[in-house]
Design a protein around this ligand. Structure first.
Ligand code: KG4
Ligand code: ZN
Length: 359
């Protein structure tokens, strides 16, 4: 019988505590996709909303409160015991230093107590590999569009740990562009999903907003100017209507600006992804990260890929944003591919800044 490994994954890089159990074949070189046995998530969004964004100190303290109860929950749901765990994986970076230290500290303490190895995982590698947990997992090689709250990158992915950066945002990330524009519109943090909901009722062509770096000739992105254009447009609308603020405008105008903002972000992401596919000659696209949950982005990527005979893969919707499953999965795939082994010295460190291509 093939020996199996049970991997506990802990994610605590930002404002979500995620814990999961993944099972994989122990044999290195095994091509079998690891199986997700259980996962549990606690989102701190409600706590941070009062402050309009994530408060790092509060995030760290809340991870401390949540991580062990969540661990007990996944063990119970998977019908496993603590002693069954073979490897403890945690998010080593990038992210908020204090928040990362909670996950790393708990993982190393568990590893030491159980006498089992620990493995530090790159958060973006977790996102990038998360579509392998979907019903239709991708195959290497592929182009990855990583669109999260902190990163916007196009990568060429030839295998686990084989990542070449093709282009990235030189300022704000796509998620930040959604969140900052949403904030200007008076929406609560994180505004991305709320802006997307309003955009459904609006006309995406109502206001002409810039498509930054669309014709830059490279695969880099820039979203900081878009946020300024949204601010200027909203101020014009408020002045023209003699309204007290953006929220006092007729709903149709608010929805039109939301739709126009979303259209600008989505168009740049789609066009640059298509250029990356053309330049690399690859025929598979993998989309990952929180913004990958955006419906309009998915619709337009599906359409553009269908025209070019490109297969496109997404994570399951509930695994688009931060979660423990992607961390346990990335650890499993790194072990199977021989890229990394767990360590037993428990001298953990975290890497708040950590470029993926340096893995
Ligand atoms: O990957 P993620 O959970 O966290 C980071 O690693 O940053 O991504 C969170 C980001 C936030 O900016 C959030 O507003 C955005 O993903 N997001 C969305 C949607 N769902 C999440 N943006 C647009 N449309 C959505 N449906
Ligand atoms: Zn993330």
């Amino acid at each position: 019988m093939v020996k199996k490994l049970l991997i506990l994954g802990i994610e605590s890089s930002c404002d979500e505590t995620g814990v999961a159990l993944v099972q994989c074949e122990a044999a290195s070189g095994s091509e079998q996709v690891p199986a997700l046995l259980a996962h549990a998530l606690y989102s701190q969004i409600a706590m941070h909303q009062a402050f309009g964004g994530v408060v790092p100190e509060l995030a760290s303290r809340d991870h401390i409160r949540r991580v062990l109860p969540l661990t007990q929950e996944v063990l119970a749901n998977a019908d496993c015991r603590l002693a069954d765990i073979d490897v403890v994986a945690y998010t080593r970076g990038p992210g908020l230093a204090g928040a990362l230290l909670v996950g790393a500290g708990v993982a190393c303490a568990l590893g030491a107590a159980l006498g089992k190895p620990v493995l530090g995982v790159h958060h973006l590698e977790g996102h990038l590999l998360s579509p392998f947990l979907s019903a239709d997992p991708p195959q290497f090689p592929f182009v990855a569009l990583l669109v999260s709250g902190g990163h916007t990158q196009l990568m060429r992915v030839d295998g686990v740990g084989r990542y070449v950066l093709l282009g990235e945002s030189i300022d704000d990330a796509a998620g930040e562009a959604f969140d900052k524009s949403a904030k200007l519109m008076g929406l609560a943090y994180p505004g991305g999903p709320l802006l997307a909901r309003m955009a459904q009722e609006g006309n995406p062509k109502a206001y002409a907003l810039p498509r930054p770096l669309l014709h830059s000739g490279n695969l880099d992105f820039s979203f900081a100017g878009l946020k300024t254009a949204v601010l200027v447009q909203s101020q014009k609308m408020v002045a023209a209507a003699g309204a007290s603020n953006f929220e006092a405008l007729p709903r149709v105008q608010q929805c039109d600006l939301a739709a126009s903002t979303q259209a600008a972000i989505v168009e740049v992401l789609v066009r640059k992804s298509m250029t990356a596919l053309k330049e690399t000659g690859l025929t598979r696209l993998v989309v990952a990260g929180g913004v990958g949950a955006n419906r309009q982005l998915r619709l337009q990527l599906n359409e553009a890929c269908a025209k070019r005979n490109i297969r496109v893969h997404y994570p399951e919707l509930h695994l688009c944003t931060d979660n423990g499953a992607m961390i346990a999965l990335a650890a499993a795939m790194r072990l199977q591919s021989g890229c990394q082994q767990g360590v037993e010295n428990y001298a953990f460190d975290v890497k708040p800044r950590w470029p993926l291509q340096t893995l």
